[in-house]
Design a protein around this ligand. Structure first.
Ligand code: PMP
Length: 350
């Protein structure tokens, strides 16, 4: 039987756990269960595993020193941490909900934009701007500002990440074939004031017993991602091209994301259909795709990202996000595109 992951085209919402990552984690779920802050043998073993993982994450993103990496529960935590510590930060309207909603709540200032182009006003000294957008794949270069936080969740382990200009960065393990609930926060100079009180974990930067299996999994996922980055990137480009070629003749089709997008994410708005309906019909055919980001696909309001880019609400509602991964094959990509064409025709004649 074909590998079911071949027909999974929703890697921007999460990726399957790599077998090697699972193998690396298992000892820390079984016999090596020590608290990484304990001084006995079991504790020291966990501590060493965490330190090793810290080095691997630092290597993946090109950090100068492993001490610049603080382990978190994921990018949501890093994103909220940054905004809580820097209430003066300016924020782009394209950010993931974990930045966007926090910024709305705390009344941060918004960076102006023209389509996908973002303007950095001279007075914006502290900025949060993501590297790759999770809905459209749009890539933004880190601007030269005094303090820059970048959400690199959709970039780390997928495309080379530039750390020039970057003071803080957030990422999640489960976007790069690691476990859910583990992530890292890069702090170039020093961690911001702690969000959580309750212990001297992570050198006092973040309280809470360390998720050792999750951290070990993130480290192994980072190691594998670094080794295979170029091959995986080429694979994503090839598979994406298969889908685009096959869809070539479809009418009323608009590619989202602007001039520079990650090859891992393809966001298309189709006229005259509803994205969720397309997703459900594709699911019946065994394909997993998404209508927007997984975090907002249960909401009926159109995506704030497409809204910010100026995509009309009606068209935004007809959006499908196809996101690629290493198990996708050219055959599955072709079948996906053909099924999409047939489904579109059926829905439009209803
Ligand atoms: N930022 C981006 C760009 C994301 O795609 C996601 C996950 N959808 C997050 C942040 C949040 O990650 P997590 O849910 O793992 O905390």
């Amino acid at each position: 039987m074909a590998n079911p992951a071949e027909r999974y085209f929703d890697h921007a919402s999460t990726t399957p756990l790599d077998e090697r990552v699972l193998e690396a984690m298992l000892p820390y779920l079984r016999e090596s269960f020590g608290n990484a802050n304990s001084i006995h043998e079991l504790g020291r073993r966990s501590h060493q595993a965490v330190d090793h993982a810290r080095g691997l994450v630092a290597d993946l993103i090109g950090a100068e020193d492993p001490s610049q990496i603080v382990f978190t529960s994921g990018a949501t935590e890093g994103n909220n941490w940054f905004l809580c510590a820097y209430p003066d930060a300016w924020v782009s309207r394209f950010e993931h909900a974990s930045i966007f909603e926090r910024a709305q709540h705390d009344k941060h200032r918004w960076l102006p934009n023209h389509g996908y182009e973002i303007e950095i006003p001279a007075e914006a000294e502290t900025v949060s701007l993501m590297l790759v957008n999770n809905e459209t794949g749009t890539i933004w270069d880190p601007p030269a500002v005094e303090i820059l936080h970048t959400d690199m969740t959709q970039a780390a382990g997928k495309i080379p990440v530039p750390l020039d200009n970057v003071s803080f960065a957030s990422l999640s393990a489960h976007k790069l074939y690691g476990p859910k609930g583990a992530g890292a926060f890069y702090c170039r100079d020093f961690p911001p004031e702690s969000l959580l009180y309750g212990g001297e974990h992570e050198g006092g930067a973040r309280a809470g017993t360390l998720n050792v299996p999750g951290i070990v999994g993130l480290g192994e996922a980072a190691r594998i991602a670094k080794d295979s980055l170029a091959d995986n990137l080429q694979h994503a480009i090839d598979i994406r091209n298969v889908v685009l070629e096959e869809l070539g003749s479809v009418s009323g089709m608009h590619l989202n994301g602007g001039p520079r997008t990650s090859p891992y994410i393809l966001s298309i708005s189709f006229e005259g259909v509803v994205g969720e309906t397309l997703v459900i019909e594709m699911d019946k055919l065994g394909f997993a795709v998404s209508s927007a980001s997984a975090c907002s696909s249960h909401s009926s309001s159109p995506s704030h990202v497409l809204g910010a880019a100026g995509v009309p609400a009606d068209l935004a509602r007809g959006t499908v996000r196809i996101s690629f991964g290493k198990a996708n094959t050219a055959e599955a990509a072709q079948e996906l595109a053909r099924s999409l064409v047939t489904t579109l025709k059926n829905l439009r004649t209803l």
